[in-house]
Design a protein around this ligand. Structure first.
Ligand code: A3P
Length: 305
């Protein structure tokens, strides 16, 4: 369909290309002209890195005390605004659902800071976010688990291209022929940006799994927040895998384009699920290619903990 064809994007003389769905490239000028506010918080990730998890943590940190009805009545993808979504059926759907949900809320929602979610590679972030010096939380996850999670996401989400068989999806992932392009370029590009941009907090999914409380503390010190010990514990409990999986406002059960009977959105939540998908040969091929693509970077990932 028109929505799902791949396109590269060429900006000016830049040769930067990444594959993207057509509905996005058609809307490119609108994406680039998004106006940021100085207190916006950008949640930047490659898809399947733990976007929803960190979004829920941020939402609770900022609004858990002041407007708990946000968490109890609005699905997470509507609490994080996404000004990058083009005008498609998907957006119309979002608007209708948003109106339905907001009608259930008596008090008006706090409007700042805006939590803005984006999967864009660093080079494509609208310049307004840099001009306003917005804080950015980047979340990265090891490539193998990301590929597996992305595969299952493609199976259940009708707005993703059909992933086909695992073995062919994996080759597309390695080649960067998936929506939002190369994982390798994405995580490296943002890692390099972090070296010069002090308002960028780079987190790892594996660290969150290992010690969620510690990662919440680090996030708070980056953001200059100091929740009480009880509040911090409450948040840590609320964002545990099982709790987010059964919470209708975080498990994407409200999103009509996703078929949770095919695969859950909050699916497994593990480090190392790749071992259940990669054959030995696939793993060896992947590792060899990985070494080449990631040789000139200090960025390190854990594929098991
Ligand atoms: P799996 O498919 O490996 O289970 P994103 O939000 O960026 O799309 O990422 C989705 C991935 O994050 C899924 O990975 C999902 O299960 C995992 N995830 C979401 N919430 C989580 C939580 N509270 N704890 C652990 N993993 C979580």
């Amino acid at each position: 369909s028109m929505l799902l064809s791949f396109e590269g994007i060429l900006i000016g003389n830049s040769k930067l290309m990444f594959s993207m769905t057509k509905c996005f490239t058609d809307n490119w000028d609108n994406v680039q002209n998004v106006k940021a506010r100085p207190d916006d918080i950008l949640i930047a990730t490659y898809p399947k890195a733990g976007t929803t998890w960190v979004s829920q943590i941020l939402d609770l940190l900022y609004f858990g005390q002041t407007s708990p009805e946000r968490q109890s009545s609005i699905p997470i993808h509507m609490r994080t605004s996404n000004p990058f979504t083009p005008h498609t059926m998907k957006q119309i759907h979002h608007i209708i659902l948003y109106l339905l949900y907001s009608m259930q809320i008596n008090r008006s929602l706090p409007t700042s800071p805006r939590l803005i979610k984006s999967h864009l590679p660093v080079q494509f972030v609208p310049k307004s976010f840099w001009e306003q010096n917005c804080r950015i939380v980047y979340v990265a996850r090891n490539a193998k688990d990301t590929a597996v999670s992305y595969f299952h996401f493609g199976r259940m989400n009708m707005f993703q291209p059909e992933p086909g068989e695992w073995s062919s999806f994996l080759q597309h992932f390695i080649q960067g022929e998936v929506v939002f392009g190369s994982w390798y370029d994405h995580v490296r590009g943002w890692w390099e940006k972090k070296q010069t941009h002090s308002k960028l907090h780079y987190m790892f999914y594996e660290d969150l799994i290992e010690d969620t409380g510690r990662e919440i503390d680090r996030l708070c010190s980056f953001l200059g927040l100091s929740p009480s010990a009880e509040e911090r514990e409450r948040i840590r409990g609320a964002v545990q895998f099982d709790n987010m999986k059964k919470n209708k406002m975080t498990n994407y059960s409200t999103v009509p384009s996703m078929d949770l009977k095919v695969s859950s959105f909050i699916r497994k939540g593990k480090v190392g699920d790749w071992k259940n998908h990669f054959t030995v040969a696939q793993s060896e091929q992947f590792d060899e290619d990985y070494k080449k693509k990631m040789k000139n970077t200090t960025l390190q990932f854990r594929t098991e903990i």
